[in-house]
Design a protein around this ligand. Structure first.
Ligand SMILES: [Mn+2]
Length: 444
């Protein structure tokens, strides 16, 4: 049902009776480097969004003039049934996806010739080349469609929000499960296995991204994915992982002590991240821009780090000198949807901000109802960032060097929730303990 709504939304953004068609090619099965090893199938997000089809080797044409939805299914031979199982009959495909016209894929050129559009709108060069190989007689446009679909996908429909709530619900459970079962002496791959098992047991089969299961110093590696080291007593454990429900991602991070009790330093630094989190979430509402939230978070982090004796000096001056980026080097959050780093963060013409930290912010837009975002502040002790800063007199003046050097093996702390922007503010989808006392209680 929802794919039908998505097509309507897309069509409404094109001129009425426009002489053109939209063409999209769905995902194919992918293999590991020319071997028979098959990767789990994941439909291309735009194709899934517009067709609802979650199986390989389909194509679609949406006729802008009539609004008709043409679906092209693969013509499988008997050998396919031997190796891959039952071949879906035509009537079943028709009933499942309800296209206005159902064809086999080898009929693509015939149908295109019949429709004879002035322009074919394609997502990218690769799909445009496929069209051009089919026939040189069509004019292909690769600019418009990406912008239009991206615009549609960045504001979720009610059906999409329902899926995101369902996704969040199961993911919340998986995170709570780890918090309850982690123990010193486990390996990172064991907590990962528990997390994966919980998701799969609940019907979520597809990870939304390569999860981070990081103990000790690994928690300061922003995209750590080895997930294969020992989890030791006294370590922090940072888990940034999520699975998708019918394509819709959850992306949650929690950090807590492996043994269930925060040390003095762990509690102090954690509380700064948590305060940053809670205060920026309070600011979330329509009309606020992600970069405002990001810069507010940087300021709160500096105030907090100053209070606990890690940095020193005037916060305004430290803001000017980008001292926050030494501890918080990534963006505060991003869009979430069919992709974990969902589309639409940078509309055409909007450039990244060339400034430490915020350079990596994935969204530069004002928030609107129906958007879904993450809020994920962090504080990390990354020697690769801190050592050069200590040698740079201009930055070193703001750093309590002895304290910072004593924290080189501390790791990092990130907390991440998923929020729907509503008319008046937000709905927080993430419900996993994050206050210190709540975490310690769950882990006791
Ligand atoms: Mn994230």
């Amino acid at each position: 049902m929802s794919a039908n709504q998505h097509r309507k939304k897309l069509l409404s953004l094109f001129e009425e009776n426009q002489d053109g068609v939209i063409y999209l090619r769905g995902a194919e099965i992918m293999y590991r480097y020319g071997t028979d090893y098959e990767y789990p199938f994941r439909q291309e997000s735009n194709f899934w969004y517009l067709t609802g089809v979650d199986e390989p080797d389909y194509h679609t044409i949406i006729d802008l003039k009539s609004g008709d939805f043409h679906l092209f299914m693969p013509k499988r031979d008997a050998q396919y049934a031997v190796w891959h199982g039952r071949i879906k009959p035509v009537n079943e495909v028709q009933e499942t996806y309800n296209p206005d016209h159902l064809h086999y894929d080898h009929e693509l050129l015939t149908v295109l010739k019949e429709l004879n559009p002035e322009t074919i709108y394609c997502l990218n060069e690769e799909q445009a080349e496929f069209m051009e190989d089919l026939s040189r007689n069509f004019q292909v446009d690769t600019e418009t469609l990406t912008d239009v679909i991206t615009y549609c996908r960045s504001i979720k429909t009610d059906d999409e929000l329902e899926k995101m709530r369902r996704s969040a619900e199961i993911n919340n459970g998986a995170h709570l499960e780890i918090m309850k079962t982690i123990k010193p002496g486990m390996n990172e791959y064991e907590t990962k296995a528990i997390f994966d098992y919980f998701q799969k047991k609940n019907g979520l089969l597809q990870p939304a991204y390569s999860g981070i299961h990081a103990a000790g110093v690994n928690s300061a590696i922003l995209h750590y994915t080895d997930n294969n080291e020992a989890i030791n007593d006294g370590d922090l454990y940072l888990i940034d992982a999520g699975y998708e429900f019918e394509g819709y991602a959850s992306d949650v991070t929690r950090t807590y002590p492996v043994n269930g009790r925060f040390t003095g330093d762990q509690a102090a630094i954690y509380q700064v991240v948590l305060d940053t989190m809670n205060k920026t979430i309070e600011m979330v509402k329509p009309g606020v821009s992600m970069e405002e939230l990001h810069m507010a978070a940087c300021r709160i982090i500096l105030h907090g780090l100053k209070e606990i004796g890690i940095v020193k000096g005037d916060v305004d001056v430290m803001m000017e000198k980008n001292i926050f980026a030494l501890f918080f080097p990534h963006g505060l959050g991003h869009f979430l949807g069919l992709d974990t780093h969902d589309v639409g963060g940078y509309p055409k013409g909007v450039e990244r901000i060339d400034r430490p930290g915020i350079r990596f912010l994935r969204v530069r837009r004002e928030l609107q109802p129906g958007m879904v975002i993450t809020i994920e502040p962090g504080i990390y002790f990354i020697p690769a960032l801190l050592k050069p800063a200590i040698l740079n007199a201009e930055q070193a003046a703001f750093l309590n060097i002895d304290k910072i050097e004593s924290l080189y093996k501390f790791g990092g702390i990130r907390i991440e929730d998923n929020l729907i922007i509503t008319e008046n503010g937000y709905e927080n989808l993430t419900d996993v303990p994050k206050e210190i006392k709540d975490i310690e209680e769950v882990m006791a």
